[in-house]
Design a protein around this ligand. Structure first.
Ligand SMILES: Cc1cc2nc3c(=O)[nH]c(=O)nc-3n(C[C@H](O)[C@H](O)[C@H](O)COP(=O)(O)O)c2cc1C
Length: 170
């Protein structure tokens, strides 16, 4: 089983979740973990696509929200393209590939809107199987760190979604 995990992360919180997801799957799958700047635009050949990004302004980040983050913190990692732009570039699939979306969001206050839900909508429009529900992992403030236990929850989520797929394990 081949899994591609694509992530966008300004302060590293979403990347840590993506890496926890990958680590959890490595005993049972061949896993590639890449950021949106180096992610392929064609994902045929993978059995599962997992996409994760930070929630910005109730949805996926935009160039303007990423620049807003840079104004708050000059050291932040601002990718050339986030998951929104990567999904724009992604070649639609002809045979539905299972996909799963996750995001990171502030723990308090609990705001409406989710990058993962928006990403799932885009994945559906590109022919992916979006039966897996999107999930959010929580951070303290805009910069993190992740709330205690979120990496463990991410690992359990990843194992659970793979066990539900009708694809032979590695
Ligand atoms: C410009 C901007 C807008 C944001 N808007 C939201 C929001 O609408 N809801 C939310 O829960 N978090 C919001 N956040 C917090 C991000 O979700 C948080 O920075 C992110 O989860 C951190 O992950 P990262 O380190 O991978 O970038 C926003 C952050 C920035 C910089």
């Amino acid at each position: 089983m081949r899994v591609l995990v694509v992530h966008e992360s300004l302060w590293g919180n979403t990347r840590k979740v993506a890496e926890a997801v990958a680590r959890a799957l490595e005993p049972i799958a061949t896993v590639d973990v890449v950021d949106t700047d180096s992610a392929p635009d064609v994902v045929e050949g993978y059995d599962l696509l997992i996409v994760g990004g930070p929630t910005h302004a109730f949805s996926m980040s935009r160039k303007s929200t990423r620049e807003g983050a840079r104004q708050q913190d000059a050291d932040v990692h601002v990718p050339a393209r986030g998951i929104r732009e990567w999904l724009d570039d992604l070649t639609p699939v002809t045979v539905p590939i299972p996909s799963a979306a996750f995001d990171t969001r502030v723990n308090s206050p609990r705001l409406p809107g989710s990058a993962a839900k928006a990403a799932r909508h885009e994945l559906r429009s590109r022919g992916f199987d979006v039966a897996i529900k999107p999930v959010s992992f929580r951070v303290h403030g805009y910069q993190g760190p992740l709330v205690d236990g979120e990496l463990e929850r991410a690992a359990a989520w990843a194992r659970g979604l793979v066990s539900g797929l009708a694809v032979p394990a590695l």
